[in-house]
Every structure is written in C-alpha cells, then in structure tokens.
Design a protein. Structure first.
Length: 215
C-alpha cells in the first residue's frame, strides 16, 4: 500500500469518498425504500448489491471500458434506458403487489423476497447506471499515480475502498430506516401503502435515470 499511494493522496481520497458517501443520492433512496418494504435484511442486501455494481464500474474504469460511455452517445443511451426500464418494471411490480391480499396461510417469511433476488436486483441497478461509470472514470484517476506503477491495482484498491465506505454508509441508512419501519408496521394500512410507496420511488428513480445526460 505504501509503495502505491502516498499519505496525502490517501487522505484526500478518504475525505472526498466520505463526503460523496454521506451525500444523499439514488442509491440511498433505493436502500431506504427496500428497508421500509422488507426490513433491515432487505436494506442491507440492497446495499451490498449496489456495491457489487460499484466494483463492476471500478473494473470498467480500470480497463478503460467507461471511456466508451463517455465518448459514445449511443452506448450511453442504451445503458441508460435499459437501467431506467428495469427500475420502472420493478416499480410497477411493487405497485401491483399492493393490491394483492395475502391468504391466511401465507406467513411473513414465505412472502419475503429471496435474498439472492434482492442482491441481484440492486447489482443490476448499479451496473445499469452509466452516470456511475462516468463518475468513476472522472473520480478515481485523480488519485492514481502512474509513477508508482501497478496502475490497474491502484484502481482496484481505490474502488474497493470506495465500495466498503459505500456499504457502511448505505447499511447505516438501512439500520435507521428499520427503526422507522417498526413504527409504521403498527399502522393497519401500512402493508398496502408500503408497496405503493416502493413502486412510486422505483418508478421515480427510473424516470430520473432516463432523463440523465452525459454532462
């Protein structure tokens, strides 16, 4: 680590990454939504899935693949609209779920979304956000010094560190959201509204992604 980074670069990276993690964004909104929908487990798995997406973007930036999104309007649009359509699809599914009344035989455990589905959904959401790819292409190189050698390794270490910070930040959001959910569960109508709120937020995130520009 000492041969790859100097202390001033690491401090600068830590401060910048910490500020970016704390700042509210779509990722935190998704984690909070999933937490309110299914509890702290769902929020933590969503947080982990988003950081898998972060690692994918880190690798893409390290190998220069993100440059394609930065220079090709067509590639940017394809990835953007795929991600937007995916989020809108999830939102519509959640809204439709609000009208479904569970039978007496159904339990809370049996109706929960499988963990691997939550992880995969969040990872896909993170990967299909071209703005994140462009962010890593612009952000990480500022702290990579070619004179220290092993440029690819520097990229990967910084990306992993950012993912860990992001996981800590999003997990905190999930834990705080779980407290709010415990209070909301006391409301008889919360079950239906929970799915409607989830649907609206997911659709909103999808529309927001669809309206993103490369600038």
């Amino acid at each position: 680590m000492n041969s790859l980074f100097d202390s001033s670069s690491l401090v600068a990276f830590g401060l910048a990454a910490g500020a970016l993690v704390i700042a509210p964004g779509p990722g935190q909104a998704l984690v909070l939504t999933r937490t309110l929908q299914g509890g702290v487990r769902d929020g933590l798995l969503t947080a982990a899935g988003l950081e898998i997406g972060t690692l994918v973007h880190t690798g893409a930036a390290a190998f220069g693949l993100s440059a394609i999104l930065a220079t090709s309007a067509a590639a940017f649009s394809v990835v953007k609209y795929l991600g937007a359509a995916y989020l809108v699809f999830l939102g519509i599914a959640a809204w439709r779920q609000a009208g479904r009344q569970p039978t007496v035989l159904e339990t809370a455990e049996s109706t929960r979304t499988p963990g691997h589905h939550l992880l995969a959904h969040a990872a896909v959401t993170g990967v299909l956000n071209p703005k994140v790819a462009l962010f890593f292409l612009a952000f990480l190189p500022q702290f990579v010094n070619p004179l220290h050698g092993h440029v690819l390794l520097q990229f990967l270490i910084l990306g992993l560190a950012f993912a860990v910070l992001g996981l800590v930040g999003d997990s905190t959001v999930a834990l705080l959201g779980a407290r709010a959910r415990a209070r909301l569960l006391r409301a008889p109508s919360w079950a239906a509204w929970r799915e409607r709120v989830t649907g609206v937020i997911l659709i909103g995130l999808g529309l927001r992604l669809a309206l993103l520009s490369r600038r």
